[in-house]
Design a protein around this ligand. Structure first.
Ligand code: PMV
Length: 312
C-alpha cells in the first residue's frame, strides 16, 4: 500500500487540442505553475480486481482504465484498489485530472518499484491527462516537443507567485476537455492560427519567467487564455465555460491591474478564475474577488511541490 500526493497546476500558456497520432500529445507547447493548497491524495493497494474510489465513491472511469491498461502493457502490475481524494471541487476546471493522474502514477511507481524518475513519470501521467505531466514537477513547468515529457523551467523559489482562485461554481463541467478539444480541432476556423502562434507565446512566457518580468507574463498569459477561449467559443456547437461571475472577475482583475496591482487572470475549461499575482497583492485581490456576486469562495495558493510519496 502506497500513498502519494500531487497538486493541480495552472497553465499560463495553454494546451487546447491534441495531435492526431497516438500518445495523447498536445498540439501546442504549454507552460504552467504548480500550486500548493489544492491537493489530491491517492492510495494504491494491491487487490483482487481494479477498483477506483474518487472522494469515497466507487466510479467507473474510462481514462483510468485506459491508463492502467497502457502501464500493464509495459510493466507487470497487480490489480489495484485506488482511493483518491481531492480537497477541492472535482472536474470543475480546477485541474483535478492533472493532480489525479500525477498522484496515481507516483503512487504506482513507488508501490511496484518501477524506478521511474519524474520525467519518465510525467510521460506516463500524460497518457492519462496531458496536463498531469506538468503536475509531476514543482514550480514553473514546460511540456514541449519532441519528447513531450514535462521539464522544470525554474523551481518554485525562483519567483514566488501567488494565485487567488475565485470559485464561481462547484458543478462538474458539461463537456470534458478531451471532447472539447476534439470539437475545436474539427470545427473552429481559428484552430490552425492558434496552433501556429503557440510557439511564440511559449517563448515569450519563458523569457518573462527567466527575467521575472510580471508585465510581460501578464500580457502573454492573458492573451493565451483568451485565444484558447476564442477557439472554444468558435467551436460548433460553441463551448462556453464562463458564467456572469467569471466575466465580472476578469473585469475586476483588469481594473486592479490598471490601478497598479500586479495581477492577471487565467481561466481553464470551467468557470473558475485564477488570479495570478505577486504575494504582496494577495490580500487586496482576495478582498476584491471575494466581494463579487456569484463568487462562492476564494482559495489562496502559492507555488507548490511536484508529485511525491507520503507513505510509507
Ligand atoms: O489535460 P486535460 O485534458 O485536463 O486538459 C487541460 C486543458 C486546460 O486545462 C484547459 C489547459 C491546460 O493547459 O491546462
Amino acid at each position: 500500500m502506497t500513498t502519494a500526493v500531487a497538486h493541480p497546476n495552472i497553465a499560463l500558456v495553454k494546451y487546447w487540442g491534441k495531435q492526431t497520432k497516438p500518445g495523447n500529445l498536445p498540439a501546442t507547447p504549454n507552460l504552467s505553475i504548480t500550486l500548493d493548497t489544492l491537493l489530491t491524495e491517492t492510495t494504491v493497494t494491491a487487490a483482487e480486481r481494479d477498483e477506483f474510489l474518487l472522494n469515497g465513491r466507487a466510479v467507473q472511469d474510462a481514462k483510468v482504465a485506459r491508463f492502467l491498461g497502457a502501464l500493464r502493457n509495459r510493466y507487470p502490475l497487480p490489480a489495484y484498489r485506488i482511493q483518491s481524494e481531492n480537497n477541492f471541487p472535482t472536474g470543475a476546471g480546477l485541474a483535478s485530472s492533472a493532480s489525479g493522474f500525477a498522484a496515481l502514477m507516483c503512487a504506482i511507481n513507488a508501490d511496484a518499484g518501477l524506478n521511474m524518475n519524474a520525467e519518465i513519470m510525467s510521460e506516463w501521467a500524460r497518457l492519462g491527462s496531458a496536463s498531469a505531466a506538468r503536475s509531476c514537477f514543482d514550480g514553473f513547468v514546460a511540456l514541449v516537443p519532441p519528447l513531450w515529457r514535462a521539464q522544470r523551467l525554474a523551481p518554485a523559489a525562483h519567483w514566488p507567485l501567488s494565485v487567488v482562485v475565485a470559485v464561481t461554481s462547484n458543478e462538474a463541467k458539461s463537456v470534458s476537455s478531451t471532447q472539447g478539444m476534439e470539437r475545436s480541432r474539427e470545427t473552429s476556423a481559428f484552430y490552425n492560427a492558434w496552433v501556429r502562434a503557440s510557439g511564440d507565446d511559449f517563448a515569450c512566457a519563458s523569457d518573462a519567467i527567466n527575467q521575472q518580468d510580471f508585465e510581460q507574463l501578464s500580457e502573454v498569459a492573458e492573451l493565451s487564455c483568451l485565444k484558447m477561449h476564442s477557439i472554444m467559443l468558435t467551436s460548433k456547437p460553441t463551448l462556453m465555460y464562463w458564467n456572469a461571475a467569471t466575466l465580472a472577475c476578469m473585469e475586476e482583475i483588469r481594473r486592479l491591474r490598471s490601478d497598479g496591482t500586479p495581477v492577471f487572470f487565467t481561466i481553464d475549461a470551467g468557470p473558475q478564475v485564477k488570479a495570478v499575482c505577486l504575494p504582496d497583492a494577495v490580500d487586496s485581490v482576495t478582498q476584491a474577488l471575494g466581494g463579487i456576486p456569484g463568487v462562492k469562495q476564494t482559495i489562496v495558493c502559492n507555488l507548490g511541490g511536484g508529485a511525491r510519496v507520503i507513505s510509507p
